[in-house]
Write a protein of this length. Structure first.
Lengths: 455, 186
């Protein structure tokens, strides 16, 4: 006997809506969606599976939504199947949050997992908790879905990782709100994939996932009176007025993994730093964008001190093949707008972040010329400084200066001997298996003797 | 094949006893099953009927479960109106069936069968004043009311093996929304 779920109708576990009330009574919230957990061998049919949150109750003070109850969150759906018999319901909206108070509650989670291939499909929403270590055969994120990787997540995908149809992969930061044992230890998330494809409508975003306002190794300070400066990272932050300097640079240009820093808050909240994306792939086809931008400072009234912008974050990519029409951005956020006429009282802009791309084959990647690490705008010459942007395709060129030196060869030998981490020379790891062996050192010696352009 | 009245009688006699063994079952008018473990050869729900199965039940079908002719299976929740010994132990219904077929126009539903308003690990916030109640959380955090005062209910549970009931919105009253229920079908 086969073990088949043929679903042409509907399986649902939706929350109900909150009750409506007369004006001046408290409206009730909606219930959350429930659970649907299906394990089957073959999945087929044209039906759908839903676990929506219920809508909030409607308050009686027509027509505002300010007295409406909150919507219930979406529930959780997991469908584990061994064979896809042509099921049509993967992308039907299924775990949306209920509407309440004029906005939708957050969605729940919906996963379709092929248990034979360990292929995961996310067509609505899923999040992995911070520091999760997760491994799949393949991952598809489509249909404008959102996949959230908490800070410290390590996601490994053996074969194809497709982010398509307006999907967004959010990379969160961790340890963003202070030092750990006296150290700034903030980090983003790491993805390792075989073939990663991000289409023109889709993106990876770590925007504003760095250190919070006034925090991080490149944070700027505020004197309590004058316009504040922006945070630094790959470039220094733009200065403020009076004694308020911009934040300093830190981190490594050729292996950037730090979070961007938060600008100094003044009479409004400052920009948050950009987050950190680390991506190891065999082939990266990027038609969309990967962004790790800092946030803008908030605006203030005239005669109040404007805050600074956050610095851009980190994007580190190590790939054999690099191709596509997309681009990479780790720009600093703009300083807050002062309320007086002209820009003289605007806050300092955040410095640009750091991007490093180590590749073996550049198959016409457009982002070599269109990527950016711009400093954020600031008032009267107080923009943040640009950060660092390196495309390194030369075996052994650890620091990305388009030549291989004896010092870099020594570094490779030390990585091969295990005395230092491969991150000290990612460009020495030609096939990106995170190891340096003799034939890679020989290739680097050839580049040292003949020049990087020779190969 | 067992007729529906006999089925109901069997359940009345058996109460909530474990292991209610039935042969081929066809439900063609509205029927309620109490909490039990049901052993069935083939289960068919048809003719616009609703088969309501009490929370905590397990239904084992050796052959096929077929829901056709605008039929419906409604799965209820258990322990939906409070904690049991300090724990949220709400459960739904598990169906183990070799084959399952849900025809167009037919459904398996657990809508609004989860925790009641104000109950559950993700129950929506409320207060004694006249602020709006927030939404229940589960797969995500519940939404805040339009006045942005009470916190939304917390998220909980497991994305890859979801077996929890959804939580109710705030406040604890019959008017708040009820969470969705749990269906575990294998």
């Amino acid at each position: 006997m086969t073990d088949t779920l043929r679903l042409d109708g509907m399986i649902s576990a939706n929350g109900s809506e909150g009750g409506s009330v007369a004006c001046s009574l408290a409206a009730a919230g909606g219930g959350s969606g429930g659970s649907i957990f299906i394990t089957t061998s073959t999945l087929t049919g044209t039906g759908s599976v839903t676990a929506h949150g219920g809508a909030g109750g409607v308050g009686g003070c027509f027509p505002t939504v300010g007295d409406d109850g909150g919507g219930g969150a979406g529930g959780r759906i997991a469908v584990l199947y061994a064979h896809d018999g042509g099921f049509a319901g993967f992308t039907a909206p299924s775990v949306s949050g209920g509407i309440g108070g004029g906005r939708a509650a957050p969605p729940g989670t919906a996963v379709f997992l092929n248990t034979e291939t360990n292929a995961l499909r996310i067509s609505q929403h899923l999040d992995f908790a911070p520091d999760s270590v997760v491994h799949f055969g393949a991952v598809t994120v489509d249909n404008q879905a959102t996949l959230v990787l908490g800070g410290g997540v390590q996601l490994t995908v053996d074969d194809d990782f497709d982010v398509t149809q307006g999907a967004t992969l959010f990379i969160e930061g961790k340890q963003r709100d202070g030092q750990i044992n006296g150290q700034w230890s903030g980090a983003g998330a790491m993805i390792t994939a075989g073939n990663m494809r991000i289409d023109a409508e889709s993106r990876i975003s770590a925007n504003e996932q760095g250190y919070l306002a006034g925090l991080g190794p490149g944070a700027s300070a505020w004197d309590g009176v004058n316009t504040a400066g922006g945070a630094g990272y790959g470039g220094v932050g733009g200065s403020g007025n009076g004694p308020n300097a911009g934040g300093l640079t830190y981190g490594e240009a050729s292996a950037p993994v730090d979070l961007g820093s938060g600008g100094a808050s003044a009479h409004s909240s400052a920009g948050i730093g950009g987050g950190a994306v680390v991506l190891y792939t065999d082939t990266l086809l990027l038609d969309g964008v990967i962004v790790a931008n800092g946030g803008n400072g908030g605006s203030v009234g005239c005669s109040l001190a404007a805050p600074g912008g956050g610095s851009g974050g980190s994007i580190l990519i190590v790939t054999r093949v690099l191709t596509g029409d997309g681009s990479l951005h780790a720009d600093g956020g703009a300083g807050g707008e002062g309320g007086c006429t002209g820009g003289g009282d605007d806050g300092g802009g955040g410095g640009g972040g750091r991007i490093a791309v180590h590749y073996t084959v550049d198959d016409g990647f457009a982002g070599v010329t269109t990527s950016s690490v711009n400093g954020g705008a600031g008032g009267a010459g107080r923009s943040g400084a640009p950060g660092t942007l390196l495309f390194i395709g030369c075996l052994g060129d650890c620091n990305g200066d388009e030549r291989v030196t004896v010092d870099e060869l020594v570094r490779m030998v030390n990585v091969a001997l295990g005395t230092i981490n491969v991150r000290a020379c990612l460009a020495g790891d030609g096939d990106h298996n995170r190891a340096i062996v003799v034939n890679k050192i020989v290739g680097a010696v050839n580049n040292a003797l003949s020049g990087c352009g020779a190969r | 094949m067992l007729g529906v009245p006999l089925l109901a009688a069997a359940l009345t006699m058996g109460g909530a006893a474990e292991g209610v063994s039935l042969g081929n079952v066809t439900v063609s008018s509205d029927t309620d099953w109490v909490e039990a473990t049901y052993e069935i050869e083939n289960l068919t729900v048809t003719n616009g009927a609703t088969l309501t199965i009490a929370g905590g039940s397990t239904v084992n079908v050796a052959g096929a479960t077929t829901i056709t002719g605008s039929g419906r299976i409604l799965l209820q929740g258990k322990n939906t109106s409070g904690q049991v010994e300090g724990q949220w132990l709400g459960v739904g219904v598990t169906i183990n069936s070799t084959d399952v077929q849900v025809d167009a126009g037919s459904a398996i539903s657990a809508d609004a069968q989860g925790y009641l308003g104000g109950f559950g690990p993700g129950s929506g916030g409320s207060d004694a004043a006249l602020h709006g109640g927030s939404g229940g959380g589960y797969g995500g955090v519940g939404g805040r009311a339009g006045d942005d005062f009470n916190a939304g209910g917390a998220a909980y549970g497991d994305a890859f093996a979801p077996v929890d009931l959804g939580s109710g919105g705030g406040p604890t009253s019959a008017t708040a929304g009820r969470g969705g229920e749990q269906l575990h079908s294998m």
